[in-house]
Design a protein around this ligand. Structure first.
Ligand code: NAG
Ligand code: NAG
Ligand code: NAG
Ligand code: NAG
Ligand code: NAG
Ligand code: NAG
Ligand code: NAG
Ligand code: NAG
Length: 798
């Protein structure tokens, strides 16, 4: 327990030429500690510059540097910039009343920018609460001090009673005293002695004094007659000295040796580790008994219970005392920093350590050590805790922990930076989570379905939700920014794939795509072409869109339809629809609808030079047997016949096919014909065939040959449904989930238009462009190969 002193704040100016003021409440704090005055002044109270003066009966003394150390004053700024002062009860200028009440009058002098000084006096009075031990050692930050009980022999030595006592001066005869310092030497015995009068020792930086009951030696570290030694690998600084003085006629000696460990602390994992020898041999003639170790902070010892509670640890190992203070432990202070983008922390801990023992020379020694520990700029990457819950469908993450000087300013998702308030408005939940130890963390929660969460299909019905965000934290007081990225993912099996079904109708091939649960993920391909509005318009697909599906009728011969085969049963075509993952281009779903359309007559030119053609002879009277028709080469007969129709399949380089070159096209022509059978021996009587239909193909000289289908001109055009007939439930402005691109208003300049071209024609979709221009050339050429189909009906009217 520390006892608060009674503070008398002077309101009167005691010094000439100065302004004395009262320190505002809350700007300072004082305590009477075991052997110290303890004072602290708030950083915001300290002026542009400040000074610490002490006044005693002899005047005002300014304490600085070395002189302050030698006098028993320790001053420093803590991590928050507050001034902290510790003054030994045995320090210079302290009014010592019989070693039991101590008074100190200090002046804090603040100087402002204009150089005007304001002085604040503080009178401190501290009564002693724990009696002095025979020997007390203090290892301060800047000095070593030892005080020992004066050992006065009994004054009953017989035979000396008649002698008058020698006069004793006011300083207790100090001037006549001698100090014997022992310092290492090259000589075999290792040490040499150096005896100096007290004044001389004073000049060397040693304060030697006496009080009512004690003698005292104090020196700063690294003083002239100090030396260093290694004890169990730990560096120790020692001043080895004996005071000699006369008491009456007796020469008295007092051991005033002092030793302090000057080892540096180190980090061991997350702990600050400080080690020093348990016993300092220059001070301790064994055996050592009655030992007690205590730990504390800010100059005051704490109970073992609190020490344990705060996680401080003291262990004795191989003659060493090991003290561990966990980084950030209560009692210390943490300061956050951002160093080259890395979040770091500095930790300050003002360790107080007290050791008490008895040895063969001293009934009791109390050893106090003040060891301010600091760990600077330790990178401390905040910890992200993933509490995402798939069952609740939300991301949940905490980032922490942070001391009080850190606060969250913004989060960034993708490119979008938003403040706390904006994030809340957008439906991202942010909260500060306080911890009992005073630190805090930040909690962020967002549903998977949030628009800021990106989704990706990863197969087998799983989708990956990803929230890529960055926390932006600001560090007090300079608002340094620290960015912490967090990439959250959750794989959930919640994807229903679209379902494609198909059917054949009189108008074409109908495909229906029932929507799934991840419709923006898919790219739809129809017959290998990406389904976009251009294709819909070019192909003349009749589209119907509902909230849960869309359906599409692909007309016969339209783009996107594939030829499969021609027989007298009809024209077999397929339309295939595939769905690809937009991001991975992986084919997820493939559907093919096959349909057979009744055709009466049709001519198909295949790229491999094969021709398939169905001709109908029903219009010829009298009726003829279709199996009696042939090509120009009479050995080429139908592969199949039925009723009045016959199917030919032949290669363009056979069956008497004629080849002519017209500009950049090769024109192949042949004929399906019938020569009536003449009576035997009169073969040449019938001069004309009764039935003759020119058939043929046209292919480019160079370049790829394409599949082309011809229909007799006189036949009604296949029902052609313009996309303008399509039914859309949604207004056109809204993008279609499956059809890419913008819808155009203009009708396409497609190849299918019976108004422009007299023949319905189909080119293989892969060569749509070639087909388009091919039409054009064909018209210019006036290709004769088409005529026969066109002429069928004319011929039949014979
Ligand atoms: C000084 O202190 C001692 C021990 O505490 C006591 O015996 C003595 O009476 C005190 N003297 C004065 C002058 O207070
Ligand atoms: C002196 O006094 C002490 C205790 O006061 C006593 O133990 C010792 O015997 C005395 N010596 C003489 C020589 O009387
Ligand atoms: C404070 O408590 C939190 C939660 O228990 C912990 O994560 C953090 O490390 C603690 N901070 C310090 C400085 O001990
Ligand atoms: C925080 O976000 C706002 C926009 O919401 C932006 O104007 C501001 O610059 C951001 N602040 C930081 C520190 O990134
Ligand atoms: C976070 O938690 C979720 C749900 O438990 C898990 O799927 C995910 O892999 C975790 N990790 C990240 C980095 O999101
Ligand atoms: C698609 O839908 C049809 C009709 O509703 C159903 O019979 C079929 O099983 C579905 N296919 C898939 C892969 O879900
Ligand atoms: C042609 O077809 C008719 C009737 O189907 C059949 O009677 C005749 O034998 C066939 N002739 C030839 C040469 O196949
Ligand atoms: C076809 O290509 C050949 C060689 O590549 C060339 O000599 C010829 O002129 C081309 N014919 C036409 C009609 O383009």
């Amino acid at each position: 327990m520390t006892i608060r002193t009674c503070i008398c704040v002077f309101l009167l100016c005691l010094l000439p030429n100065c302004a004395a003021a009262t320190i505002p409440i809350g700007m300072f704090r004082t305590e009477c500690q075991d052997r110290h005055f303890w004072l602290s002044f708030k950083s915001n109270f300290l002026g542009q510059s400040f000074r610490f003066d002490v006044e005693d009966g002899t005047g005002v003394h300014t304490l600085l540097g070395q002189a302050a150390a030698e006098c028993g004053y320790n001053m420093g700024l803590d991590s928050w910039g507050n001034l902290v002062v510790r003054v030994s009860y045995l320090a210079c200028y302290v009014d010592n009343e019989n070693d039991s009440v101590f008074r100190l009058l200090v002046w804090l002098v603040n100087r402002d920018l204009e150089g005007v000084e304001t002085s604040y006096p503080l009178q401190l009075t501290c009564p002693l609460h724990h009696p002095w031990k025979p020997r007390e050692i203090i290892c301060e930050e800047n000095y070593m001090e030892v005080s020992a009980m004066k050992q006065v022999p009994p004054a009953n030595q017989t035979g000396l009673e008649w002698m008058p006592a020698p006069p004793v001066s006011s300083d207790g005869g100090l001037r006549e005293w001698r100090v014997v310092f022992r310092v290492p030497s090259d000589r075999p015995e290792g040490m040499k002695e150096q005896t100096l009068p007290v004044e001389m020792a004073h000049l060397l930086g040693y304060r030697i004094g006496t009080t009512d009951s004690r003698v005292l030696l104090r020196g700063s570290y690294g003083s002239r007659l100090s030396y260093k030694l290694q004890e169990k690998g730990i560096e120790v600084e020692v001043v080895s000295a004996t005071l000699l003085h006369k008491h009456h006629w007796t020469l008295l000696r007092a051991d005033v040796s002092v030793a302090c460990s000057i080892s540096k602390a180190s980090m061991d994992g997350d702990d600050i580790l400080l080690r020093f020898p348990r016993v300092l041999p220059p001070l301790v003639p064994p055996p050592v008994t009655n030992e007690r170790l205590r730990l504390g902070v800010d100059g005051a010892a704490l109970s073992d219970c609190i020490v344990r509670q705060r996680g401080y640890d003291v262990q004795e190992r191989d003659g060493l005392v090991e003290i561990r203070i966990p980084f950030g432990a209560e009692g210390g202070s943490i300061k956050s920093q951002v160093v080259e983008g890395q979040y770091s922390q500095s930790f300050y801990f003002d360790l107080f350590y007290m050791h008490q023992w008895a040895d063969s020379q001293w009934a009791l020694t109390e050893y106090r050590s003040f060891r301010p520990l600091s760990v600077l700029y330790l990178p401390r990457t905040p910890i992200l805790i993933n509490e995402t819950s798939v069952s609740e469908g939300q991301f949940s993450v905490t980032l922490g922990s942070f001391p009080r000087d850190v606060f969250l300013t913004n989060i960034t998702v993708g490119e979008q930076s938003m403040s706390w308030g904006e994030a809340e408005q957008m439906g991202v939940h942010l909260a500060q989570v306080p911890y009992p130890n005073g630190s805090h963390a930040y909690l962020l929660q967002s549903p998977f379905s949030h628009s800021l969460v990106s989704q990706k299909y990863i197969g087998e019905g799983y989708r990956r939700y990803t929230l890529a965000l960055t926390f932006t934290l600001s560090v007090f007081p300079h608002s340094d920014l620290y960015h912490h990225p967090a990439n959250l993912e959750a794989d959930v099996q919640d994807v229903v794939l679209p379902n494609v079904t198909g059917s054949c109708s009189s108008k074409g091939v109908r495909l229906q795509l029932r929507y799934g649960t991840m419709d923006s993920q898919w790219e739809v391909y129809l017959g290998g072409r990406r389904l976009d509005w251009e294709l819909v318009e070019l192909g003349g697909y009749a589209l119907e869109t509902r909230w849960d599906y869309f359906s599409m009728v692909v007309p016969l011969y339209a783009l996107g339809m594939d030829y499969e085969g021609l027989s007298l049963h009809g024209l077999a075509v397929t339309v295939s629809m595939t769905l690809e993952d937009k991001q991975t281009s992986k084919k997820e779903l493939s559907f093919t609808q096959r349909c057979v359309f009744d055709v009466k007559e049709l001519l198909v030119c295949l790229p491999d030079n094969t021709v398939l053609v169905i001709v109908d002879s029903s219009s010829v009277t009298p009726p003829l047997e279709p199996n009696l028709t042939t090509l120009l080469d009479p050995s080429c007969v139908p592969v199949e016949t039925e009723g009045t129709r016959s199917l030919y399949k032949f290669s363009l380089d056979s069956c008497g096919t004629a080849v002519t070159l017209e500009e950049d096209h090769i024109v192949y022509s042949n004929k399906v014909q019938f020569w009536p059978t003449a009576p035997f021996g009169l073969t040449h009587i019938a001069p004309n065939p009764r039935f003759s239909i020119p058939v043929g193909c046209i292919h480019p000289v160079n370049g790829t040959r394409t599949l082309t289908i011809y229909q007799p001109r006189a036949l009604q055009a296949w029902p052609y449904i313009r996309s303008s007939h399509s039914q859309h439930q949604h207004p056109g402005t809204r993008p279609h989930p499956f059809i890419q691109g913008r819808k155009r208003n203009r009708l396409p300049t497609g190849p299918l238009s019976s108004e422009v071209y007299p023949y319905l024609q189909h080119t293989h979709p892969d060569h749509h462009d070639a087909g388009g221009s091919w039409h054009h050339r064909r018209r210019k050429l006036g290709w004769p190969g088409v005529q026969p189909l066109h002429n069928i009906n004319e011929l039949s009217v014979e």
